[in-house]
Ligand binder design. Structure first.
Ligand code: CAO
Length: 432
């Protein structure tokens, strides 16, 4: 049967403009689904469907002015549908006094057939209106507000293209589209704050960030905010290792091969990773599975004039110290000349960031996502250690291991750093 749906009791306001029509002829609608949006000078409200059905005909257009009782549309409803007293909860930021429920006499149009139980009147629907207060002085209907909320769009940033600057659904969609297309900045939390003119406080100079800085900054920022980092500090007695390194350094001089601490660190790290496989792993996107890697591709953070890059040395477990030294010299010099291929910076399973050539005592390295741990190395220094009955100078290397606490717990991290420290102190353990 067919039934007219009319404007319900809207609190005695007359001649209210229809600013939105939310349904179309032929559409099947649910009970309480919003049909139209009315807007007076002070409030916007949506008129919900009193019952489910299929829309046969729309009797209104955008811009029409309507009052209580005006026909909105003709609805075809199933026989067993029964209208009941209902309270429709529209989204209201500020509730107004709800009008009393009053049955509204609706003259039955001649062309419309109605069933017995529907003959006569439709129940009027008390509608809670969304008032505009200072905070809410944004022109948008409740459905647009709901739509914006679902998409996480802040309406205060949306430009309305409707009449009198009203924000339409399309405006919210365009806003979201534009936001997605915007380049990600490394400071998303501060993008909505006004630009500060620092020259008000003294002399300044503006320098553009390099492309590498912007890309690595974005990656570091994402890692920092999305991975729960913990840094475990430790130190290792590398006195014997350093003696061996110096010996090797002299031996390799004729071949012009430079061997620093880093190849020793890489081999030692791999020896420890083999005992602690969860550090050589990645979480799947859902965060439900750990993908443990059987290969040992070690990323090495390289400081270049344009910013930080991380070339990856592959299969470190299968390479000797000298090969690693040669490869390191090659990739770090090509990194500084911007000659690395993208593939050479992919596929790492664990990263080492060494600031030992520069200085410092400890730092918090940021995990190189999708990896789950990273080792930071600071500058070694001689320290007095009590050995037997006397102090002995020992060369101590500070280690800082940051790890993803979703995957690795503190005890495992402490064990990892103790093991690594032992391997570095006694390189024979690499063979164990
Ligand atoms: N303690 C004491 N001395 C150290 C040391 C340490 N932990 N690490 C290196 N050194 C020494 C080296 O042995 C070398 O001395 P010798 O010439 O006597 O052998 C000297 O410092 C310079 O080393 P290096 O830095 O040139 O070489 P490396 O292999 O140690 O490091 C590289 C190579 C590419 C990692 C390094 O040059 C670099 O770019 N480091 C910066 C990484 C970085 O920026 N990390 C931060 C990331 S987060 O922002």
């Amino acid at each position: 049967m067919d039934q007219q749906v009319v404007v319900p009791d809207i609190g005695g306001i007359a001649d209210v403009e229809i600013v939105e029509i939310l349904v179309k002829p032929g559409e099947s609608i649910e009970k309480e689904q919003s049909l139209i949006t009315l807007e007076s000078d002070k409030a916007a409200m949506e008129v919900p469907a009193p019952m489910a059905g299929t829309i046969k005909k729309l009797n209104v257009s955008i811009g029409d002015r309507v009052s209580e009782g005006a026909s909105i549309l003709l609805l075809n409803i199933a026989d067993d549908t029964e209208p009941k007293d209902q309270t429709i909860h529209t989204e209201s930021q500020k509730e107004q006094k709800t009008p009393d429920v009053q049955p509204t006499e609706v003259p039955e149009p001649e062309t419309v057939s109605t069933s017995d139980n529907l003959t006569g009147a439709l129940q009027s629907l008390p509608v809670k209106t969304a008032g505009f207060d200072d905070l809410y002085a944004i022109h948008a209907s409740p459905s647009v507000r709901r739509f914006a909320r679902e998409l996480g769009a802040d309406l205060s940033g949306v430009t309305g293209t409707g009449r009198k600057g009203r924000i339409l659904r399309d405006d919210v969609q365009s806003f979201i589209k534009a936001s997605l297309q915007q380049p990600r900045t490394s400071l998303p939390g501060f993008t909505n704050t006004p630009e500060i003119d620092f020259s008000n406080f003294g002399e300044i100079q503006t320098q553009a960030l390099s492309k590498i800085q912007r890309l690595s900054g974005d990656h570091l920022h994402k890692s920092w905010v999305s991975i729960p980092h913990v840094t475990q500090h430790g130190e290792s007695d590398i006195s014997d290792l350093e003696d061996f390194r110096r010996q090797l350094k002299n031996e390799l001089k004729p071949q012009a091969i430079k061997i620093t601490l880093l190849p020793f660190l890489m081999k030692s790290v791999v020896a420890t990773l083999q005992k602690f496989p969860t550090f050589n792993a990645s979480l799947n996107r859902a965060g439900s599975e750990l993908i443990v890697k059987k290969y040992f591709h070690i990323g090495v953070a390289v400081d270049t004039p344009d910013g930080l890059v991380v070339p990856v040395i592959r299969d470190v477990d299968r390479k000797g110290l000298v090969d690693l030294a040669v490869e390191l010299t090659d990739v770090s010099s090509r990194a500084r000349q911007k000659k690395l291929k993208p593939m050479e910076m992919q596929g790492g399973s664990f990263t080492i960031s060494s600031l030992g050539g520069i200085g410092g005592t400890a730092f918090t390295p940021i995990i190189n996502h999708p990896e789950v741990a990273i080792l930071g190395v600071s500058r070694s220094r001689l320290q007095p250690f009590w050995v037997d009955n006397a102090f002995e100078p020992r060369l101590m290397l500070p280690l800082s291991l940051s790890y993803d606490h979703r995957v690795i717990d503190g005890a495992a991290a402490a064990r990892f750093i103790v093991d690594l420290s032992q391997v570095l102190s006694d390189l024979r353990r690499v063979l164990v």
